[in-house]
Design a binder for this molecule. Structure first.
Ligand code: NAD
Ligand code: UFG
Length: 340
């Protein structure tokens, strides 16, 4: 199968491309490299033993997309490309609406023009806002507390409308929980620019000595130890979920919305303890006030994904920490400063 992967040089995209190539798919990547490195693509090829085709372009560039569809005629699209930093989205909302919403609308228009109507979209658990009931099922109420989250909600609605207007579309809306870890080779992983916003890369940079200590944002939540609880999922499990979603779309028409999580939540302090144990490094931390917009706890009910896609997460917290630590140790500066 020929698959177009937008944002395929990024964290989740690069891991998904490896799984697709290993499953013998032909992969074309379109990425503007605004938040990723060409090194990731070299390493994807090294791990997979074959290279994906790569076009450096923006998904808002209609002419570039048309060229790609004309030349490669992909049968399905996995759409990762977009901006994802919650804080930045509050400061630069228009850039989020422009990249995420206009990007997706342009992509879908070009797909329709070329008769390609199978799409897997990267949504997020952020669409559940502050959940009333845990674990979260797909029919829980949705809401967003920041512009990034609103782009995901609006895009989901846009894709539902598209499917209603033309039931030939086959669409999977995958709501990711918290992807962490790295490929077991240690060659690809998460490479945040500057100081990480997310917990796992922050902990791992403290463990290796790049950052002095972790700030724990709040210890007065109604959780096991007062710190925030999340459903961390190994990025390779998440990547494999995309293959199952593509298989599902190939089999039956329709629009399907699935949580991709493990169903198990861990607190910030549990994450610190697990990472310290696996790495053998201390992770000093200081308790700080709550971070604006944070919620106490968020974890998935993953049973619908199992039923609908035949997918469930296989890798536990230990493996997430081991693989994340291997990546951190082998790539102290991420992809920067590396020649291969
Ligand atoms: P990432 O930033 O590593 O990857 C996104 C990729 O898209 C990058 O390579 C970037 O260069 C590219 N890109 C951005 N805007 C583009 C544009 N207009 N045209 C072409 N390329 C563009 O992020 P990620 O963590 O791999 O996330 C992938 C997707 O999953 C995003 O849509 C994100 O919102 C979603 N998601 C991520 C998480 C998470 O915690 N990482 C959680 C839920 C959902
Ligand atoms: N945390 C800290 N210190 C830090 C960073 C995070 O204590 O330096 C805490 C947070 O307060 C939270 C937990 O660690 O309790 C997880 O925080 P992350 O920033 O790693 O993840 P979030 O759940 O806040 O958000 C992430 C993405 C969102 C996405 C969501 C669900 O940033 O875009 O997962 O997929 F929507």
């Amino acid at each position: 199968m020929k698959i177009l992967v937008t944002g395929g040089a990024g964290f989740i995209g690069s891991h998904t491309v490896v799984e697709l190539l290993q499953a013998s798919a032909e992969v074309i990547i379109v990425d503007n490299l605004s938040n990723s490195s060409p090194q990731a693509l070299q390493r994807v090829a090294e791990i997979s033993g074959k290279a994906p085709q790569f076009v450096k372009a923006d998904v808002r560039d209609r002419a570039a997309l048309q060229e790609i569809f004309k030349e490669h005629q992909p049968e399905a699209v996995v759409h990762f490309a977009g901006l994802k930093a919650v804080g930045e989205s509050v400061e630069q909302p228009l850039s989020y609406y422009q990249n995420n919403i206009t990007g997706t609308a342009t992509l879908c228009e070009v797909m329709a023009e070329f008769g390609c109507k199978q799409l897997v979209f990267s949504s997020s658990a952020t669409v559940y806002g502050d959940p009333e009931i845990l674990p979260i099922t797909e029919n829980a109420p949705t809401g967003a507390t920041n512009p990034y989250g609103r782009t995901k909600l609006f895009i989901e609605e846009m894709l539902r409308d598209l499917h209603v207007s033309d039931p030939e579309w086959r669409i999977a809306l995958l709501r990711y929980f918290n992807p962490i870890g790295a490929h077991s080779s240690g060659r690809i992983g998460e490479d945040p620019a500057g100081i990480p916003n997310n917990l796992f890369p922050f902990i791992s940079q403290v463990a290796i000595g790049k950052l002095p200590h972790l700030s724990v944002f709040g210890n007065d939540y109604a959780t096991v130890d007062g710190t925030g609880v999340r459903d961390y999922i190994h990025v390779v499990d998440l990547a494999i979920g995309h293959l199952r979603a593509l298989e599902r779309l190939a089999k039956a028409p329709g629009l399907v919305t699935c949580n991709l999580g493990t169903g198990r939540g861990y607190s910030v302090l549990e994450m610190v303890a697990a990472f310290s144990r696996i790495s053998g490094c201390e992770v000093p931390y200081q308790i700080k006030p709550r971070r604006a917009g944070d919620i106490a706890a968020c974890y998935a009910d993953p049973s619908f994904a199992k039923q609908e896609l035949g997918w469930q997460a296989e890798r536990g917290l230990e493996e997430m920490c081991q693989d994340g630590w291997r990546w951190q140790q082998g790539n102290r500066q991420g992809y920067r400063g590396s020649n291969g």
